[in-house]
Design a protein around this ligand. Structure first.
Ligand code: ADP
Length: 391
């Protein structure tokens, strides 16, 4: 059975088509600049990558272009071969705690939660509506970034702010990257051969979050109402003193939108190094003795360690720490620096095993009190699996 995994942005569409349950990727790609004259797409099929410049006026045209590619590449003869389409949706509020089949009611709930994710949910709705137009017979599902975190207890999702903000405006911790945390949790439990585990899952990419997972269920996570909480990220500040915001607004006259932009796009590793949000550049900077890069990486690592320590204590121990996403899977020195600071918990790194990129592997020593693993994440596959289960 063919299942399409879709991640729609306001002007982009990322997709991956699977043969399920074999989990074989048939075709994948990214359509960009949808709605502008210079839109284009890149697809990967039969091991080959092709780029095409085609005007895509809207998301429905992007899906139609995909259908054409399926036919010309003999991936599918008719639309009806695609039985399910799973859509990534960032914010499911406190309403969706799992993947659901999309109907009118689900769609209006996703629209309702747009105020909590104004950049993401409207784009997902556009993608869903376009997919219904082009694939009227497929089962469509919504897979929420927030759903995995809905098992958090109230003590971990409530902020100590005026309660009317929670009651009226739903201000609370939701967490993000849930699909990835769920994927690596399931894989880690499979490797350990049991489900009664305590895990700390570190999804560290340009955006980054850490979760505490007990018996397969999330009990805490570092992102909050929005993705700009917890860890220091490529361009996001993560946790800061809330009063910095009114202070700077008063001093500079910046608007809420400008402040939000500065804290999401001009902060984090980018502002600390003064040159890059990319760990590859920062590692090169460290190697050449760049003081800003050395300091930025120290602060970055320290925040990761703070969260691991916090969750270790909260769970009263930990069976495994998992590293995933761009930095977690690739950055040998970031993993080394993090794990080397966990010595007081009896956690020790196997230097040789850690010398690897994007490979599932145990990277702690045999006598380490907690195992440390690299597990490459696959959010698209998780979306396809959830969709298959619902079908
Ligand atoms: P997101 O999905 O949040 O955009 P990713 O999970 O794709 O982020 O991670 C992207 C980040 O991963 C890059 O900004 C870079 O810091 C890091 N990264 C990617 N490849 C490497 C590499 N080979 N070595 C070190 N870091 C890498």
């Amino acid at each position: 059975m063919k299942i399409l995994s879709v991640n729609a942005g306001s002007s982009s569409l990322k997709f991956q088509l699977y043969e399920m349950p074999e989990e074989k990727v048939l075709i994948s790609g990214l359509m960009e600049k949808i709605g502008s004259k210079d839109s284009f797409y890149t697809i990967k099929v039969n091991g080959e990558k092709v780029k095409k410049e085609v005007e895509l006026k809207n998301h429905a045209q992007a899906f139609e272009a995909l259908v054409e590619e399926l036919k010309t590449n003999n991936v599918a003869d008719s639309l009806d071969e695609i039985k399910g389409i799973g859509h990534r949706v960032v914010q499911g509020g406190d309403y969706f705690d799992k993947t659901v089949v999309i109907d009118d009611e689900v769609l209006s709930k996703i629209e309702e939660f747009s105020s909590l994710a104004p950049l993401h949910n409207p784009a997902a709705v556009t993608g869903i509506k376009a997919a219904f137009e082009v694939f009227p017979n497929a089962v469509q599902t919504a897979v929420f970034d927030t759903a995995f975190h809905q098992t958090m207890p109230k003590e971990n999702y409530l902020y100590a702010i005026p309660m009317s903000w929670y009651d009226e405006y739903k201000v609370r911790r939701y967490g993000m990257h849930g699909t990835s945390h769920k994927f690596v949790t399931e894989r880690m439990n499979e490797i350990l051969g049991r489900c009664d585990t305590k895990l700390i899952t570190c999804h560290i990419g340009n955006g980054a979050s850490i979760s505490a997972v007990v018996n397969g269920k999330c009990i805490n996570t570092s992102m909050g109402l929005t993705p700009n909480a917890g860890l220091i990220m490529g361009t996001r500040c993560g946790d800061i003193d809330a009063s910095i915001i009114p202070y700077i607004m008063e001093k500079t006259g910046m608007s809420p939108k400008e402040i939000d932009n500065a804290l999401n796009k001009e902060s984090g590793l980018l502002s600390l190094t003064g040159k890059s949000n990319d760990i590859r550049d920062i590692t090169a900077g460290i190697e050449s003795g760049d003081e800003n890069c050395i300091l930025a990486h120290k602060i970055y690592v320290k925040r990761i360690v703070d969260y691991i320590a916090k969750y270790y204590v909260e769970m009263n121990g930990c069976d495994a720490i998992v590293f995933t996403a761009g930095v977690g899977e690739n950055s040998i020195n970031t993993r080394r620096e993090v794990i080397n600071r966990l010595g007081s918990l009896g956690i020790t790194l196997d230097e040789e095993a850690n010398d690897v990129r994007v490979e599932e592997r145990l990277i702690s020593t045999k006598d380490s009190k907690t195992e440390c693993w690299i597990i490459p994440t696959d959010e698209e596959l998780m979306i396809a699996r959830d969709t298959l289960e619902l079908i």
